[in-house]
Design a protein around this ligand. Structure first.
Ligand SMILES: Cc1cc2nc3c(=O)[nH]c(=O)nc-3n(C[C@H](O)[C@H](O)[C@H](O)COP(=O)(O)OP(=O)(O)OC[C@H]3O[C@@H](n4cnc5c(N)ncnc54)[C@H](O)[C@@H]3O)c2cc1C
Length: 463
């Protein structure tokens, strides 16, 4: 790496945060730097267990198709290994009973798959792969508490041992490049301000969505019939949702969601009561047969937040942000892990571009661009949710026309194979949203009928 990212060469890169975005960025940086140090405030568990620094890890995490491609490119064979560890592979629409916009989806053969399975297991697998590279080192149990440098260049980070108390001395880790991957609650804007640089503007859109999740075991370890999961997708008129997915070993995660004024409960009895409000009792009936095997876990930080490091300002060289620290989404769309991997690929391309010097500004822009398709889906849909707040709620010039078209897409996605497949490609980040305007899709959206969809939850695959 020769440029303002690291003077003549990047000898040492520091990545703040050892979760997915940080690990995958480290993987790519190791191709360019002599040494990469990942600084993580947690001490990693030995095995695939949940840890405090990633509290969302107890909730349903699906690895969508666009994420699978990116993980496999970064870590060849990754999804095979994930499957060997027991992560269930779910075909959509065939394996799911899905309700969206007042319609049950036909269970036709899958056009895409996602992986369910515990989030800690997926991260553990990435960790094994990334730290197998001797150029990637770990400083765990240490929190980054600030940056060193000035408004023109970041020169390292300041660390404090976790649990040592605020009075304990900090130590400095010098670096040619610092990458912030410390997640949606990053303190980097404050750290930048403290060295005289400018904190980024934050685009925000918050529906106040909350999750409540509990693990269940069914008597026969399954949902019954040939169904792998249930998904009640919320919409502006019906704002609570539920997802049930297998995570291996006969266990299922049940995640309920609701908005600010109607959050799903974290009390055990009320949790099951809440499922009775769904448009159909299919989930509450299954819960009545299943045994809860965990407490109920809640999660509330779900706002869409995009930090605009790409905008002009006093931005120091040698500092980048990626993953949720750069752009965090409403988790209901299941995109964050995929975007972490897609961003690492964008980092790889930007650093290796033979035609353009990878300046901090260029690389940061490439990282932001990598998150844009997911942002457009997540913030674009959330804009329509009642009670959404934030500066991204203002309607844009094309919103009305796009909203009209997307309404027709959604009406047809459940029963029209062409529209359904294109819709899933966009949601899974395997094709851009513009794919929904391709001639064959547009014809079906503009002139095709709305196919009849099943009257109730289709508990069997289509014959
Ligand atoms: C409820 C919920 C459900 C989700 N479901 C899905 C899903 O289905 N599919 C999907 O793809 N994505 C999902 N996501 C998003 C996904 O969890 C994240 O996008 C993904 O983990 C990548 O995040 P990250 O690595 O940027 O940050 P995080 O995973 O949040 O990790 C940040 C890391 O930085 C560390 N850290 C923080 N501060 C410091 C510091 N000062 N010093 C050192 N270390 C620090 C933390 O300990 C942690 O390890 C969901 C998110 C939530 C909230």
């Amino acid at each position: 790496m020769a440029d303002d990212l690291g003077r003549r060469t990047t000898r040492h890169a520091v990545v703040i945060g050892g979760s997915l975005a940080g690990l995958l960025a480290a993987r790519v940086l190791a191709e360019h730097a002599e040494k990469v140090t990942v600084v993580e405030r947690d001490r990693f568990p030995e095995g695939p267990e949940a840890r405090p620094g990633v509290p969302q890890g107890r909730h349903i995490h699906v690895l969508i198709a666009g994420g699978q491609q990116a993980f496999d490119e970064l870590l060849p064979g990754f999804t095979d290994e994930l499957r060997e560890l027991g992560a269930p592979k779910v075909g959509v629409p065939e394996d799911m009973v899905q309700w969206q916009n007042g319609k049950w989806f036909d269970r036709t053969p899958p056009t895409l798959h996602f992986y369910a399975g515990p989030r800690p297991q997926l991260e553990w697998l990435v960790r094994q792969r990334v730290f197998a590279d001797p150029r990637v080192e770990l400083v765990e149990g240490h929190e980054t508490v600030g940056l060193i440098g000035d408004s023109s260049r970041v020169r390292g980070v300041r660390l404090r041992e976790r649990g040592a108390g605020a009075e304990k001395e900090t130590r400095v880790l010098e670096a040619d490049l610092v990458v912030d991957a410390s997640g949606r609650s990053t303190k980097a804007p404050d750290w930048l301000a403290a060295i005289g640089a400018e904190a980024p503007h934050e685009d925000t859109l918050d529906t106040g969505l909350a999750y409540s999740t509990r693990v269940y075991r069914a008597p026969d370890g399954a949902l019954g019939s040939d169904t792998m999961g249930y998904f009640i997708v919320p919409n502006p008129a019906q704002q609570y949702g539920a997802v049930v997915l297998p995570v291996g070993d006969g266990h299922h995660l049940v995640t309920l969601s609701g908005l600010r004024d109607d959050r799903p409960p974290t009390e055990e009895e009320a949790f099951e009561e809440y499922t009775k409000r769904m448009p159909h009792p299919v989930i509450s009936e299954w819960l009545a047969t299943a045994e809860p095997v965990s407490p109920v876990y809640g999660f509330r930080k779900t706002a869409n937040i995009r930090r605009r490091y790409d905008r002009p300002g006093r931005r120091p060289a040698g500092f980048l942000a990626t993953g949720d620290a750069l752009c965090a989404f409403n988790p209901i769309y299941g995109q964050g892990m995929a975007v972490a991997a897609i961003s690492a690929l964008a980092l790889r391309r930007a650093l290796a571009d033979p035609k353009r010097t990878p300046t901090t500004q260029r690389v940061q822009r490439a990282l932001l661009d990598a998150s844009k398709p997911a942002w457009d889906i997540s913030a674009g849909s959330d804009k329509k949710m009642p009670g959404a707040v934030g500066d991204t709620t203002k309607p844009g010039p094309l919103d009305k026309a796009v909203g009209w078209y997307m309404g027709r897409v959604q009406q047809r996605a459940a029963g029209d194979p062409v529209v359904g497949a294109a819709f899933r490609e966009a949601l899974h980040l395997t094709a851009p949203m513009t794919g929904l305007f391709a001639p064959a899709v547009a014809r079906a959206v503009l002139f095709g009928p709305v196919a009849e969809s099943p009257a109730g939850p289709p508990l069997r695959r289509d014959a």
